[in-house]
Design a protein around this ligand. Structure first.
Ligand code: NAD
Ligand code: ZN
Ligand code: ZN
Length: 343
């Protein structure tokens, strides 16, 4: 008799996920089977199930790419992991390992990468397959729900901040204080930066204050840009945009100082306007940033294991996934929603 598992499956783009009973997959060469204990719910999962992006996921698929759990079976050829190891499954499911980007430690740019919860089944399920060479290593005794958000929100924030080229003592602005942004404030402070927060929601601004942001500014206030320029004496050195609204991207460009860098990680569909004159005369750097490679992931996890960053989480059951996605869409999740599974 084949063992079965519960999974939240997208059968149609834009429709609610369906809780289905599916066969537990068998790990192939180089793969491991992971019993998922917790999975964070990223706004990317919402983009995926809505079909927001130019490249659509192929249906049906299981979303989820912040999966933390235990290895329960090894496929052929896996030698460096053991049954019982705690691991994390991230967006970067695997990559070719041979192209110029993979060789340079930029697997996240590999054109042949596969993505968990998008091009391969993800972690909104009791079990998921992972590539043994691409899992994050987690402490055996960790709180899986607390560490899960680090696997995407954490690493993306950490890498995105590094991409601003800021140095300790300088100003970092985080626009969008959701799952990513509330961790970005903590990574920024742990990296010695002074942090400012921008969001449109009073509750998120309050969260930012409680997390140590020196100021939390309402993006919709007419004087939002001027407030940032005044506090920082001419603008922040780096800005990380995690917001899910295109106007936030244009706004952040006006909040950086001369020679500043804006690191873009939010992925709302659409475009944004950038003022050519300001970008040129202020020598502003505009940089996209996509998750992180395996070394970035290991470093991001280490910050959490050392207690330097801690996700604010709200715990849910897998059966509540559609309600969670609904709340994420309307901005009603503070910090990160995490689905807890079995265990
Ligand atoms: P989230 O829903 O938890 O947070 C988004 C935040 O943006 C909310 O707090 C919301 O209030 C805020 N916001 C909305 N409009 C705003 C505005 N005009 N100005 C400032 N803030 C505003 O989402 P999340 O899980 O943190 O993901 C954020 C975005 O990052 C999504 O588009 C997601 O797909 C993307 N993402 C990108 C990467 C990457 O590697 N580049 C990785 C993960 C997620
Ligand atoms: Zn994500
Ligand atoms: Zn490659």
């Amino acid at each position: 008799m084949t063992a079965t598992m519960l999974a939240a499956v997208a059968y149609t783009l834009g429709a609610p996920l369906h809780l289905s009973e599916l066969p537990v997959p068998t790990p192939g060469r180089g793969e491991v089977l992971v019993e998922i204990r917790a999975s964070g719910v990223c706004h990317t999962d919402l983009h995926a199930v809505r079909g927001d992006w130019p490249v659509k996921p192929s249906l049906p698929f299981i979303p989820g790419h912040e999966g933390a759990g235990i290895v329960v079976a090894l496929g052929p050829g896996v030698e460096h992991l053991r049954v019982g190891d705690a691991v994390g499954i991230a967006w970067l499911h695997d990559a070719c390992g041979r192209c110029e980007h993979c060789i340079a430690g930029w697997e996240s740019l590999c054109e042949r990468q596969r993505n968990s919860g998008y091009s391969v089944n993800g972690t909104f399920a009791q079990y998921a397959l992972a590539h043994a060479d691409y899992v994050a290593r987690l402490p055996r005794d960790c709180d899986f729900a607390a560490i899960a958000p680090i696997l995407c929100a954490g690493v993306t924030s950490y890498k995105g901040i590094r991409e601003t080229d800021t140095r300790p003592g300088q100003w970092l602005l985080v626009s969008g204080i959701g799952g990513l942004g509330h961790l970005a404030l903590q990574y920024g402070q742990a990296m010695g930066l002074r942090t400012l927060a921008v969001d449109v929601s009073a509750a998120k601004l309050e969260l930012a204050h409680s997390l140590g942001a020196e100021a939390a500014i309402d993006a919709a206030a007419p004087d939002a840009v001027q407030t940032v320029l005044d506090i920082t004496g001419g603008g922040v050195h780096g800005a990380l945009v995690t917001a899910i609204a295109p106007p936030a991207f244009s706004q952040a460009l006006r909040m950086v100082r001369r020679r500043g860098t804006v690191s873009l990680v939010g992925l709302p569909p659409g475009e944004f306007a950038s003022p050519i004159f300001d970008v040129v005369l202020k020598r502003i750097t505009l940089r996209g940033s996509i998750v992180g490679g395996r070394q970035d992931l290991a470093e991001a996890v280490a910050f959490a294991v050392d207690g330097k960053v801690r996700a604010s989480i709200e715990r849910f059951r897998l059966s509540e996934v559609n309600a969670v996605l609904g709340r994420l869409q309307t901005g009603g999740i503070e910090g990160r929603a995490v689905l807890e599974l079995g265990g």
